[in-house]
Design a protein around this ligand. Structure first.
Ligand code: SAH
Ligand code: SF4
Length: 341
């Protein structure tokens, strides 16, 4: 999969430009906001390149600021008119986390997720993924982006070639450490196995969207679960941990808390039983459900605390994660682009 940067390099090479010139463009590509600012090149060359290659792969970006916190959401209109969203979240200590989308829509159809209702429109290209980070880099450019999470629209492992290449670019050209990249996946059948076998896939952190302790419950809310078992997902996690690192807390289990659907003590007990032996290598994130059009309710505080207690008793570190950006629909699972009415 060739990127715009590859095409630029080929063009410069064909013109007989020296290697350092190509490197100058590469450096500028990840640090400068537009062709005009690439002052290491002659004005003429800049103009020529600008005519052939646009600086960003998408023409339009509309930014929404949260009035409650400093989270920002951007709606990106892609070259073919499709829309995706990306979120910029300043952290407490002068750093930022960017949440990126990997597909337009998603084909997995999880019942509690707004993106799931759109269906899959198409995969994003490598450029379209990386450019979400490049775009945010030039907004508040004095605050470094230290973390990137694949928690926006789409299932990253269903677009794994482009996601893999994008991650490599983030690591090599955007100075994002591989342990500061989180790939969140619903772990559809076969996906973890493929990831483990792919030795070229960088050692990023994994977040597995599990959402249930039993197969019966998971099958109800995660349609892609029908052809697999939680036992198989557990084996996939064990294989990933063994093949990559044994670092503490390397894998997170994500669990969206839905009232009386998956928040019962029996689900917590089943989860604890399956994952207890991995308690020093995993942690659980309980996520209060963010409202969508689905006919579901967020768990009560009481249910969440009981659930957390059961996991903690089994030695599994468990946090309840309140999302940022709720007021601008930037929270996870609300990343659906609503048509203008
Ligand atoms: N497709 C991937 C990544 C995108 S979703 C995945 O499913 O992991 C990112 C996270 O948001 C997942 O853990 C997902 O389960 C969660 N999520 C989806 N809808 C949500 C909602 N309405 N409220 C809270 N979290 C939600
Ligand atoms: Fe897709 Fe993830 Fe939403 Fe499920 S939760 S529909 S996998 S984006």
């Amino acid at each position: 999969m060739e990127t715009t940067l590859d095409h630029i390099s080929e063009t410069l090479q064909a013109q007989g430009q020296p290697r350092y010139r190509i490197n100058q463009v590469r450096t500028a590509w990840f640090t400068q906001p537009n062709w005009d600012s690439v002052t290491t090149l002659s004005k003429q060359l800049r103009q020529d390149l600008a005519q052939q290659f646009s600086w960003l792969s998408f023409p339009t970006v509309k930014v929404f600021n949260s009035p409650k916190d400093s989270t920002q959401k951007a709606i990106i209109t892609l070259a073919d008119g499709q829309k995706v969203e990306t979120v910029n979240m300043p952290n407490s200590r002068d750093t930022r986390t960017v949440c990126v989308s990997s597909q337009v829509g998603c084909g997995m159809g999880c019942t509690f997720c707004a993106t799931g209702t759109m269906g899959l429109k198409r995969n994003l290209t490598v450029d379209e993924i990386v450019d979400q980070v490049r775009y945010w880099r030039w907004q508040a450019s004095d605050v470094p982006i230290t973390n990137v999470v694949f928690m926006g629209m789409g299932e990253p492992l269903a677009n794994s070639d482009a996601v893999k290449q994008a991650i490599n670019i983030l690591i090599n050209d955007c100075e994002i450490g591989k342990t500061r990249i989180v790939l969140s996946t619903v772990a559809f059948p076969g996906s973890l196995k493929r990831l483990v076998l792919d030795a070229d896939f960088p050692d990023v952190r994994l977040a597995i969207s599990l959402h249930a302790g039993t197969d019966e419950t998971r099958g109800k809310i995660v349609p892609s679960h029908k052809r697999q078992t939680i036992q198989q997902i557990k084996e996939g996690i064990e294989a990933y941990l063994a093949a990559r690192h044994n670092r503490r807390h390397h894998v997170t289990l994500e669990y969206v808390m839905l009232l009386d659907v998956n928040d019962m003590p029996t689900e917590a007990e089943a989860l604890a039983k399956t994952f207890k032996h991995l308690s020093h290598q995993i942690k659980v994130n309980l996520i209060p459900w963010n409202q969508t059009d689905a006919n579901l309710q967020r768990s009560s505080e009481q249910h969440m605390i009981v659930f957390q207690d059961i996991l903690e008793q089994a030695g599994i570190p468990t946090t309840i994660r309140y999302s940022k950006g709720l007021d601008i629909s930037a929270a996870c699972g609300q990343l659906v682009v609503k048509p203008l009415s």
